[in-house]
Design a protein around this ligand. Sequence first.
Ligand SMILES: NC(=O)c1ccc[n+]([C@@H]2O[C@H](COP(=O)([O-])OP(=O)(O)OC[C@H]3O[C@@H](n4cnc5c(N)ncnc54)[C@H](OP(=O)(O)O)[C@@H]3O)[C@@H](O)[C@H]2O)c1
Length: 313
Amino acid sequence: MSIKNVCILGGTGFVGRHIVARLAEREISVRILTRHPERHRDLKILPQVELITGDAHDPAHLNSFVAGADAVINLVGILNEKGRDGSGFRRAHTELTEKALAAAAERGVRRFVQMSALGADMSDPPSHYLRTKGAAEQAVFAATAFPVTVFRPSVIFGPEDSFLNRFADLLRIAPFMPLARAEARFSPVYVGDVADHFVNCLNDPSTFGKGFELCGPRVYTLADLVRYTARLTRRRRAVLPLPEWAGKLQAFVFEFVPGKPLSRDNLASLSVDSVCSGETLPCPTLLEAIAPNYLGQLGHQARMQRLRMGQRE
Ligand SMILES: NC(=O)c1ccc[n+]([C@@H]2O[C@H](COP(=O)([O-])OP(=O)(O)OC[C@H]3O[C@@H](n4cnc5c(N)ncnc54)[C@H](OP(=O)(O)O)[C@@H]3O)[C@@H](O)[C@H]2O)c1
């Protein structure tokens, strides 16, 4: 199978941009559907990349978007929904995936690759986030029109991540860091390794019909990761692990803070460790090899330079 052009849903995001860059490097044409083309004008600079404005939930838009594509990659995902009943997660994860699968089948697409999350395939996932990702996976594996592959990463790190950078922002303003589920375990995986697997799998029959977990080389607790971020950003902050009831209270309060730094659904996701236990692919890049470049002194200087040049953080 030779994949020459790829349509990406969610291609404007943190992970998507790394996948797009790698596809463009291999001279594969890329079409990205976005709701906000004005925010992602920089992507148009890449040769062979086309940014299409549209609503991924509209079957007509989806149908014309995937027409002529060899492969579809679906990366759409949200960490928070507007309400609290799971319908926002269901719409963004499960329903959108079902619509993308239907459009891809109708338009004769030959390959489908889905972004899921570690824990989504467990028997009774504890959060709406994981449950709806799991239901999306089931829809993908039920597809018969093309070979499919599913990836389930642990938390993903890299210069524009919303995990370590979020803690760096909180550490800047908070005098100390009260932390819910401080002992939850993660195996952070580098965005470049994740992007490599998405691109490499496209033409690789050994990945057809399979789901792969993606984990970095080491396991850390949440408290370890926050302390490490504090060290890199030179903030002397005590990390205070919260008991269960206080974590729930914190998540409840944070749901009303702009940007929802933590929700009760996030907290429920944290009740299962984000570490690999199934079939994996190698993701060798160490957190310690990359994070100092964007959180440490070098990263600070680069951020300051971008600010001086009037660019958005
Ligand atoms: N980052 C992690 O640590 C991590 C870990 C495990 C799994 N994942 C999964 O990896 C995927 C990508 O994550 P990311 O960190 O790159 O996310 P991100 O930066 O937030 O990007 C999300 C993308 O999805 C699109 N999107 C969001 N909501 C949408 C909606 N309702 N309808 C249509 N498009 C929508 C956005 O497109 P526009 O705004 O341009 O339309 C954006 O391109 C997600 O599925 C996420 O669940 C991420």
